[in-house]
Design a protein around this ligand. Structure first.
Ligand code: NDP
Ligand code: 2IT
Length: 446
């Protein structure tokens, strides 16, 4: 078996040199899915995983725009249309200087499995740009978004490819992107998700990823006769996912120790309560400030420059910032300090070595493609509401989100239960694969 897997990985690697993040994502899936394929005749010999690892289409384009000093700036834009076996391409846009083909291909690959897990009809895609939104004025952001969409609009559409937000792309950017798409096409359609509620957005979409992570974490805990109540939680990041994960943790009676950004982490030994979280949301979303500013308002807390929050003892860790932010030594410290559960809010935040530590020690570990699927799931519900030309209440969307997260948990159990232990990584990878693979088999070699 090891040989079949390594042969597969070398074949994919040969075509994707210098794409470490993409290879990391493919390797993890291959290790879980190839043994399953070998045991199941209908998939064996069809090269399905090899086909899934090859994007259906990759678009790369120039984004030229003029900054506030009237200088011409040039960025690179991308859209990876990874897999459309079970529905139109669907996935976020990331604006961050670290964006490159490897990062977006890993995200699009993960998205294909994640979207399959949601139970909704969405294929996998991802896009973005190496544009850095930090420190840019509102008008610079608008000009960039308009230039980006002036090329992207040819490749997307409500039945073809439906982008949304990700790192650096929130409601402001979705607004500017939607405005430009509508102007270019002279059509008001559900081509993007994460829209404002007054112009086709869904209630609960801003909250969905963070809430979903906590709903999934709660399911894992309940399955082990545990609960969120009074648990100490370390969260990384302080963006969209981190903020609403924190909000839901507080609603379920947990205590928030930490939040972070790329400059370091904040630790509040008294707990970040809902009033403090409100301050953080305003600081990050309106003032666009840094998390270190919190200590000026709450002097009992401390800011740890250039460090990640995993060294603070906790019961639950929710990495909600970015890929590979939690390594082997972080995993070891978490375990040593008594952590019982890790729920990934970000995409691929734990390194393969960290995951190995979690699984070897049989703690509850949820991979992002299962635990952060609530965001794209509510994007799918936004698409459904747009098609109906109708909108559901907050309660209705939240109920559907909760039941989708429970269904994903059940799918992980179906394919990942190993005696008393549940290997959620294996469960999510195989369950995500089966639905896409069945659709690909039915549709022939395309
Ligand atoms: P935001 O842009 O709202 O926030 C990102 C947060 O992560 C910020 O606090 C940011 O700090 C921090 N961060 C970003 N890059 C790095 C880095 N290289 N090192 C350390 N910290 C970093 O993004 P989201 O909250 O939307 O996304 C967070 C993660 O969740 C990503 O992995 C994303 O792919 C994933 N995700 C998002 C979904 C969504 O619906 N938005 C859905 C599913 C997954 P700083 O401000 O200093 O950059
Ligand atoms: O990684 C993700 O799932 C997202 N950034 C959300 C994608 C979406 O289409 O809502």
């Amino acid at each position: 078996m090891k040989e079949i897997i390594s042969q597969f990985i070398s074949e994919v690697n040969a075509r994707n040199q210098n794409e470490p993040e993409f290879m990391q994502a493919v390797t993890e899936v291959a290790e879980n899915v190839i043994p399953y394929i070998v045991k199941n005749d209908i998939y064996y010999g069809q090269n399905i995983l090899l086909r899934i690892a090859e994007p259906e289409r990759v678009v790369s384009f120039r984004v030229a725009w003029i900054d506030d000093n009237e200088e011409i700036q040039v960025n690179r834009g991308y859209r990876i249309e990874m897999n459309s076996a079970i529905g139109p391409y669907k996935g976020g846009l990331r604006f961050h200087p670290s964006v490159n083909l490897s990062v977006l291909k890993f995200l699009a690959f993960e998205q294909t499995f994640k979207n399959s897990l949601t139970t909704l009809p969405m294929g996998g895609g991802k896009g973005g740009s190496d544009f850095n939104p930090k420190g840019k004025s509102d008008t610079e952001i608008m000009r960039f978004c308009q230039s980006f969409m002036t090329e992207l609009f040819r490749h997307i559409g409500p039945n073809r490819d439906i982008p949304a937000g990700d790192i650096g792309v929130g409601s402001r950017e979705i607004g500017y992107l939607f405005g430009q798409y509508k102007r270019l096409k002279n059509e008001f359609t559900g081509v993007l998700t994460g829209k404002g509620v007054s112009w086709g957005g869904s209630l609960i979409r801003p909250e969905a990823t963070g809430y979903g992570v906590v709903y999934f974490t709660q399911e894992m805990l309940l399955h082990s006769n545990e609960s969120m109540e009074n648990k100490k939680v370390n969260i990384s990041g302080s963006g969209n996912v981190a903020q609403y994960a924190a909000e839901k943790c507080l609603q379920l009676g947990a205590i928030i120790n930490t939040l972070s950004d790329s400059s370091g982490f904040l630790y509040d030994p008294d707990g970040i309560d809902s009033e403090k979280l409100k301050y953080i949301m305003e600081l990050k979303n309106i003032k666009r400030g840094r998390i270190s500013e919190y200590v000026n308002i709450y002097p009992n807390s401390s800011f740890h420059k250039d460090k990640s929050p995993w060294e603070i003892p906790c019961d639950i860790a929710l990495p909600c910032a970015t890929q590979n932010e939690l390594g082997k030594s972080d995993a070891e410290i978490l375990l040593k300090n008594g952590c019982i559960c890790v729920g990934e809010g970000a995409n691929m935040p734990s390194t393969p070595e960290a995951i190995e530590v979690f699984i070897k020690n049989k703690i509850l570990f949820a991979p992002g493609k299962a635990s952060n699927a609530g965001g794209v799931a509510v994007s799918g519900l936004e698409m459904a509401q747009n098609s109906l030309r109708y909108s559901w209440t907050r309660e209705e969307v939240d109920q559907r989100l909760q039941s989708i997260m429970k269904d994903i948990h059940k799918s992980c159990l179906s394919y990942g239960a190993e005696n008393e232990f549940v290997n959620y990584v294996k469960g999510a990878n195989i369950a995500g694969f089966v639905k896409v693979a069945d659709a690909m088999l039915a549709q022939g070699v395309v």
